[in-house]
Design a protein around this ligand. Structure first.
Ligand code: NAP
Length: 236
């Protein structure tokens, strides 16, 4: 008998400044990397079954989270996959705008995870724009991943922001980190950082495994595995 699937493989993707910031505190959205990295991220998206962001990112950036390349979309369809990965957002309040591009662009399935108490309000607000799922109270990332696995998600990309990075990393639910470092400083303590405070499984005494470093345009990509490469773990 094969083991029951418990969670997808989780890839965390982030771009930071040299000093670890992921945005500015001002009104303008900060572009950290460039076209070459956007294309690299597009390829990673195309290889995933779902892409997850937090409600903060949805409100601030309103990302479309679609596969841009027509060739990659065609390859997905040829492989019997949906044209785009599913879009996933985590919210505690359930206060999301159904007119956001996240919900209105592309044919991708939209899933909203929130605590049970926020489900009725979110479902009423979003109507047909998304499927709203009870993720426990407080919202439990393990439950989110188990639900996604049950929906056939084998590979999940967590694309931010800092709240989501912190949540999944401190819970020990990330298998791979793709960190792109842009060649400048932000230097504003009010700007959002890659992660907030927390207890991370990979402290100084438990180092991760680097598997790649590469120049991508004028940025540097570093890939780490959080477990030894041979680990098959509890993924779908
Ligand atoms: N450089 C990059 O790679 C990158 C990528 C993505 C985003 N960003 C930046 O990240 C910033 C947004 O980050 P953020 O931390 O404010 O928002 P976030 O991580 O996108 O979302 C945080 C929200 O998620 C919900 N949530 C549910 N459970 C949570 C939990 N246990 N812990 C924390 N949040 C939980 C809450 O939604 P409710 O408020 O609805 O309760 C919370 O406000 C923006 O500036 C964006 O531009 C940068």
């Amino acid at each position: 008998m094969t083991a029951r699937p418990r969670r997808p493989r989780v890839l965390l993707s982030v771009a930071t400044s040299v000093d670890g910031y992921i945005d500015t505190a001002g009104p303008e959205r900060l572009l950290l990397s460039g076209e070459e990295d956007f294309d690299r991220v597009d390829a990673e998206r195309a290889g995933c079954d779902a892409i997850l962001v937090g409600a903060g990112t949805l409100r601030r950036d309103d990302p479309r989270l679609l596969v841009r390349s027509a060739e990659r979309r065609a390859a997905r369809l040829a492989a019997g996959l949906p044209e785009h990965p599913a879009k996933v957002v985590l919210t505690t309040s359930g206060d999301l705008d159904p007119a956001a591009r996240f919900f209105t662009t592309g044919p991708a399935e939209c899933l909203v995870y929130c605590p049970g108490r926020a489900v009725p309000g979110a479902a009423a607000r979003l109507e047909d724009a998304a499927t709203v799922v009870d993720a426990g109270d407080p919202l439990d990332p393990v439950r989110v991943l188990a639900d996604l696995a049950g929906r056939g998600v084998r590979r999940l990309m967590v694309e931010g922001g800092g709240g989501m990075h912190t949540l999944f990393l401190t819970a020990g639910l990330v298998d791979e980190i793709q960190l792109v470092v842009a060649p400048f400083f932000v230097g504003d303590p009010d700007a959002p950082r890659f992660v907030g405070p927390g207890t991370f499984p990979h402290g100084p005494g438990n180092r991760m495994t680097p598997v790649e470093t590469r120049l991508v345009g004028d940025c540097v990509l570093i890939r780490w595995l959080t477990r030894p490469p041979a680990h098959t773990g509890d993924h779908v």
